[in-house]
Design a protein around this ligand. Sequence first.
Ligand code: FAD
Length: 341
Amino acid sequence: MEIINNASLKDLNTFGVKAEAKYFAEIHDLDDIHALLAWKEKNDLSTLLLGGGSNLLFKDNFAGLVAKVCLAGKDIAEEDDNFTYVSVAGGENWHDFVRWTVEQGLSGLENLSLIPGTVGAAPIQNIGAYGVELADHFHSLQAIDLETGNIHEFDKALCQFGYRESFFKSQTLDKLLITSVTFALPKQPEWKMDYAGVREVLEGVEPTAELISNAIIGLRRSKLPDPAKIGNAGSFFKNPVLSVDVWQAIKAKHPNIPGYPQEGGSLQANGSIKTSAAWLIDNCGWKGYRKGDAGVSDMHALVIVNHANATGAELWAVAQEIMQSVEDKFGVLLEAEPRVL
Ligand SMILES: Cc1cc2nc3c(=O)[nH]c(=O)nc-3n(C[C@H](O)[C@H](O)[C@H](O)COP(=O)(O)OP(=O)(O)OC[C@H]3O[C@@H](n4cnc5c(N)ncnc54)[C@H](O)[C@@H]3O)c2cc1C
């Protein structure tokens, strides 16, 4: 494991903000993991595990070691009557992996095409898009404890997946390195095409994983700003989940507020309703806002953008102003989706 001092993180985060790591190393194999364990034992400094840097905002330099997970490899592990089990290393690019499953004639992950980042980071926030989330096709993962060196296997129940949440996001950040993930992909496809933009493209066509993946890629390119052109981390805020009472009180004043009953709930009974953070932000007039190089995308109100040279602190200041205005107008507290460091 080669350690670089004072390494730039600018090209390693999709916001493209300037930040430095006091120490930086790439983790390619088990030897590197053992070297990382030894380094941690000798140095009393914090470690940050980094994948593709697409769900992070660096407000400051990082005063410890940034360890970029580059573990590679993927394989069809086994199959039974109902599922094909695919194992993939934590450093693999997520989208390339999804396209590989599609090329193998497998289905299940196609709706998650073009989500940036690595496989190892995907379970951390249970990535999701267009009606599918990672948990739907997750089988298990392996992680190594960076304090003890012990290897742990997590099945789905242990991961405690929720909406952009997991056991790892709340409990073990930078303590457990996710080395590989196994997916159980159904042999009987369960297409999810009930989205405007996907439905139209596939009207009258026999669906395949490849056609759906292509439709999703087209849709995402038309709706979301490309981090290669303008720095961003996708949706900056989670969609708030409100109690029915709170949601109805807001609806009485703002009749157009969207509401999607959550599992077990309904618009009448006591339950919870997910509303749209984009709608709340848009209705506070933020879409297209710009202050210096920090701003809000004019394509999507949920996306905070770095036009060129905004600092992480400037982007975070915009995020905080948005949160305050949504709270003032609707009484709803927004929660940031990316990790703010
Ligand atoms: C344009 C754009 C669109 C996006 N669209 C979506 C979307 O539709 N749905 C969605 O859910 N997300 C979306 N995201 C967010 C992001 O792509 C995902 O959260 C992704 O899983 C982050 O992966 P990463 O490798 O970049 O993680 P990073 O940003 O590098 O890290 C994220 C977190 O995971 C930890 N981590 C990284 N690798 C490991 C590992 N191997 N072991 C343990 N911990 C690790 C890090 O310490 C950090 O806490 C989008 C982002 C962008 C820029």
